[in-house]
Design a protein around this ligand. Structure first.
Ligand code: ACO
Length: 209
């Protein structure tokens, strides 16, 4: 048993509706495939290069092997793979990865949201829920997020939750078939006053009810 997994987080209410995080499930295949294929143009510029075409990699039949890797990594405690739900409907994913214990106690956070639901504070609420869980039950001290300089929406999300820019990682990741620079954002537990969710509520970006 790993601290903080499995877990259901939220809801945190946004102008779009109730945002919750829950573990990925085997039966997410169809929703995952539909949204990933529909969002190819908005996702591909920011995502690690994969083998085969986008459509092939996101067929419903590609979910079970991906799901089983996520499930076993989650059992080992190295990944926390969440679905982002809006009013109970799958609209994206948020993943905490490379969970390191010991004296480092850190992980990275990554996320995506269906293009038809962007601009309503959903990713920001989801990241706040993830941050509070990591610094709470999971017992982590630091979260990293890496973002390409051109991905201004994602940088806005991280800034709203309190992440700081720490530097530029040159040619950091193979994304969309090239080595791309990424900005390293980070947040440590002592930088969060109360909770990240409370910070959003105080700034009028979300509510608890
Ligand atoms: N220029 C400036 N600001 C922008 C732009 C733009 N072109 N587009 C969006 N924004 C701002 C919005 O105004 C908003 O900030 P505000 O509330 O201060 O006005 C912010 O970006 C978006 O905040 P949310 O509404 O909470 O985020 P949303 O639910 O729209 O999701 C996300 C953002 C996750 C980046 C979504 O667009 C997406 O899935 N994109 C494709 C995948 C992706 O880039 N994922 C992140 C990869 S990096 C990482 O995972 C660490």
């Amino acid at each position: 048993i790993n601290p903080g997994w499995p877990a259901t987080l939220g809801p945190l209410h946004t102008q779009a509706g109730a945002v919750m995080l829950r573990p990925v499930k085997m039966r997410d295949a169809k929703a995952w495939s539909t949204l990933r294929i529909r969002n190819q143009n908005t996702l591909m510029p920011w995502e690690p290069t994969g083998i085969g075409s986008w459509a092939e990699r996101h067929q419903p039949s590609a979910w079970p092997p991906l799901y089983s890797v996520l499930r076993s990594e989650a059992k080992r405690g190295s990944v926390l793979p969440f679905v982002i739900e809006l009013d109970g409907v799958y609209i994206g994913q948020l993943t905490i990865g490379n969970v390191q214990r010991g004296a480092v106690r850190s992980a990275w956070i990554g996320y995506w949201v269906d293009a038809s639901h962007v601009g309503q504070g959903i990713a920001t609420a989801a990241v706040a829920l993830g941050v509070d869980h990591c610094f709470g039950q999971v017992g982590l001290h630091r979260l990293d997020a890496t973002v390409q300089p051109a991905n201004v929406a994602s940088q806005a999300v991280l800034t709203k939750v309190g992440f700081r820019r720490e530097g530029l990682l040159e040619r950091y990741m193979d994304v969309n078939k090239r080595w791309r620079d990424h900005i390293l954002f980070a947040l440590t537990a002592e930088e969060v006053t109360g909770s990240a969710a409370e910070t959003l509520v105080r700034s009028g970006r979300a509510s608890f009810h």
